[in-house]
Write a protein that binds this ligand. Structure first.
Ligand code: PMT
Length: 415
């Protein structure tokens, strides 16, 4: 998970990680480490079987706290003579158990409590996430399926498993899901809604490609990083997100993603995605021109025109709906007179906000990991966001969206 998003999700949160006896137990060390680096307070409990795969000392080192691995041995969390499982069960805001073995899942489904992790979970009211890992036949067994269904019905969340290489050497469904997926799912079970909960946010990303023939196209240097960071940040903050992207990057987890190539495809996808939307953020670099003719077959070198006939693409943002309740945010990619050009685009395209970035400065703007922007709104509203990773800039843009939505609501209530 991106460190910025991880800090936002887990900073200051109290998390209990229960480690179970599977080969993938070693991967949970990394999970605990990431949570600690994100600023979470993490306590680790281990089943006796888990301690045969990884020494408690390893988890003690990464979590910075004593590990509970014995139901009957005292633990600082319980103080003098206190019950360890009760003290541990009261403390966390959420519990993750990984790798959740078939046996561990069966125990939870039947309320069995015969070691410190299952006993603590049985006593805890905190939301629970299980990340299963086991042989594919054990995952596919009807008993496991029934246990998983019973736990789901009681509100237990699952991350994975996924298909992949298993300890047996076979490939099948039963591999512990990736770190990112576990952290994203854990963020999802933590109580407390994000500040964008209830909002549908539509984001566009990437540079559109305008085809001349099946192998050649006109485009620009946009990587889609800014738009994908916006979509991921909005999802992490509780919004339902649709991302319309022309970029060949991985889709952010949990985000409904539509892949497009040309400006015309982007326009159609955005129109659909915007039904019922509350926020539109156009981070895409829509190609301004497209070849007049598109050949269905690859043009031979000898047939390539000396000069291309080009048509302008329509301005998608200017044409997309303007309606009450929809906050429209554009980006302005400029190389000079940044703020004057951005201000003109804010007005011409009927936007609530425009995010101005200077794409001539090395290290920010197109293709880079960082950006530095000035966000302009109506009636002189302005925020400067100094150079930062695009994930942090994305959060600043979403903060601005919330601020203008609140002030618009305030104006409505006053009138
Ligand atoms: O993708 P990255 O590599 O991370 O780079 C990010 C970015 C620099 C592309 C991004 O931050 C950005 O500035 N995106 C907008 C780029 C752009 O097309 O700017 P513009 O000033 O030409 O357009 C102004 C606005 O109108 C933009 O919101 C754009 O999406 C929209 N537009 C432009 C042309 C067009 N035909 N239709 C549009 O809707």
């Amino acid at each position: 998970m991106n460190p910025h998003l991880a800090r936002r999700a887990f900073g200051g949160r109290r998390l209990l990680v229960g480690v179970c006896g599977g080969v993938a137990a070693y991967k949970v060390v990394e999970t605990v480490s990431e949570l600690v680096q994100a600023g979470a307070e993490v306590r680790v409990a281990m089943t006796p079987e888990a301690t045969r795969f990884v020494a408690p000392l390893t988890f003690e080192a990464v979590s910075g706290r004593p590990v509970a691995s014995d139901l009957f041995r005292s633990h600082p969390a319980a103080g003098e003579g206190g019950e360890v499982h009760i003290a541990l069960s009261d403390w966390p805001e959420a519990v993750l158990a990984a790798p959740a073995t078939a046996n561990f899942i069966a125990k939870l489904a039947h309320g069995l409590a015969d070691e410190i992790v299952s006993t603590t979970i049985l006593a805890s009211a905190a939301p629970l996430l299980l990340a299963p890992a086991m042989h594919h036949r054990m995952w596919g067994d009807p008993a496991t399926a029934a246990n998983v269904a019973a736990l789901r019905a009681r509100g237990v969340a699952f991350a994975g498993p996924v298909e992949g290489h298993l300890a047996s050497g076979e490939v099948g469904m039963g591999r512990l899901t990736g770190q990112d997926e576990i952290l994203r799912a854990l963020a999802g079970v933590l109580p407390g809604e994000g500040d964008l909960a209830g909002l549908r946010v539509v984001v566009s990303a990437g540079g559109t490609r305008e085809a001349l023939d099946p192998v050649r196209y006109l485009s620009n240097h946009s990587s889609g990083r800014m738009g994908h960071a916006l979509a991921a940040a909005a999802e992490a903050r509780g919004a339902r997100v649709a991302l319309v992207t022309a970029a060949e990057r991985e889709a952010p987890a949990g985000v409904e993603t539509v892949r497009v190539e040309s400006a015309a495809e982007m326009a159609t996808a955005l129109e659909r995605a915007l039904e019922g939307a509350d926020v539109l953020v156009m981070a895409a670099a829509v190609a301004d021109l497209r070849p007049r003719e598109r050949s269905a077959v690859k043009l031979a070198k000898a047939d390539l025109p000396a000069a291309l006939d080009l048509d302008p693409n329509p301005d998608l943002l200017a044409a997309l709906p303007r309606r009450a309740g929809l906050t429209r945010v554009g980006f302005a990619a400029e190389t000079h007179d940044l703020l004057a050009h951005a201000q003109a685009k804010l007005e011409a395209k009927g936007l609530d906000l425009i995010v101005a970035n200077d794409v001539s400065v090395p290290g920010i703007g197109m293709g880079s990991a960082d950006n530095a922007v000035t966000i302009l709104g109506r009636q002189g509203w302005r925020r400067d966001v100094p150079r930062a990773p695009k994930e942090a800039v994305a959060d600043a843009v979403l903060d601005a969206v919330l601020e203008v939505r609140k002030s618009a609501l305030g104006r409505k209530l006053e009138s």
